[in-house]
Design a protein around this ligand. Sequence first.
Ligand SMILES: Cc1cc2nc3c(=O)[nH]c(=O)nc-3n(C[C@H](O)[C@H](O)[C@H](O)COP(=O)(O)OP(=O)(O)OC[C@H]3O[C@@H](n4cnc5c(N)ncnc54)[C@H](O)[C@@H]3O)c2cc1C
Length: 401
Amino acid sequence: MQEKRPLSRQKEKPVKTSAPEDHDDLRDALRALCAEFPPEYHRQHGADQTYPEDFINALTRAGWLAAMIPERFGGSGLGLTEASIVMEEINRAGGNAGHCHGQMYNMGTLLRHGSDEQKRKYLPRIASGELRLQSMAVTEPTTGTDTTRLKTTAVRKGDRYAINGQKVWISRIQHSDLMILLARTTPLAEVKRKSDGLSIFLVELDQVIGKGMEVKPIPNMVGHETNELFFDDMDIPAEALIGEEGKGFRYILDGLNAERTLIAAECIGDGYWFIDKATGYARDREVFGRPIGQNQGIQFPLARAFAHLEAANLMRFEACRRFDAHQPAGAQANMAKMLAADASWEAANAAMQTFGGFGFAQEYDVERKFRETRLYQVAPISTNLILSYVAEHILGLPRSF
Ligand SMILES: Cc1cc2nc3c(=O)[nH]c(=O)nc-3n(C[C@H](O)[C@H](O)[C@H](O)COP(=O)(O)OP(=O)(O)OC[C@H]3O[C@@H](n4cnc5c(N)ncnc54)[C@H](O)[C@@H]3O)c2cc1C
């Protein structure tokens, strides 16, 4: 008779975290929805590098992706705090919020800087699920993290703009109707500060794909739907401009702070997922006649990673609180993202070690989540750049680049 391979599920019980309890109803509703999409579902999409359309549709139908849209436009009027809990719970349930988080952080930019006309035109249709605002195009192949040197230009011609240039790593284009685009409207040589002269636009994708914008998918390690974009005199109406011309970098920072905070929450969700799985497995798996979880060599890395997750989670909630209160949140958003990404990566390594050889088998999902959470050491901003930000803007040290 074949021996049964070790399975962790029998003894797995979600670890009790110190997250505030005032969102338990929200978490329960999300857990119920996520439970309809079992690990096999996410595993299959991960292996096939396909988009989990049914899952994202279910989240949309339930209104979760419209969480931040004000009630008068058909949304739930919730804050970044609640939006971040949506993201956390998706990842804690074994999914990957990277397939839909764009809608949340882009919303921060549109809500704070879009005109009333833009809000009236798009928000009700986003809230109903008719439109998706999933894409944000910032990164470029030759300038990378040095965002203010980006080379894509937007030149006004009467009541239109002509866009020329190139972007890379622009996610979810195939599952979005709208994209926020950052481009230079005044040449770098003509501005006082390099962050001046950049503008953001809300681009209707069906008006430009194949008509000035070419899309080239980038197959990648995490099955994330992401692309190169090429703009050749892409023609967009002047009404696509968000806010004032030349101030786009300032506007997009709100979106970037929201993005960092949401990704911190996703890392927290990943981290708790790793802890749940690894502790369940460690209680269950017997070697040398006792559960491996009885060995301190297995316990301590998990306990340490859990403590780091709990600490990072406090900074994540502080970043959310400040963002929702319209207070400066750049420092907290950046630090939350770094601390949470480090803690989830630490938990991922500890889980991988706990599972031993079985961590490498796809059916346990550890290797998939391990790859997925590794991304957040690099994107949407790498750890080095966060450390530079902290050194310069908080510690007052000279700028290093
Ligand atoms: C799967 C995926 C999805 C993405 N989705 C999007 C998206 O939807 N929209 C978008 O605009 N972008 C997106 N990105 C891009 C992402 O934000 C960038 O990859 C990230 O900001 C890093 O930029 P880069 O890859 O150009 O690295 P680079 O800027 O080339 O940096 C490479 C390495 O050098 C280090 N480095 C650079 N300068 C310094 C310095 N001065 N000091 C110390 N270290 C330094 C960095 O920390 C990094 O580790 C995505 C990326 C990935 C991988």
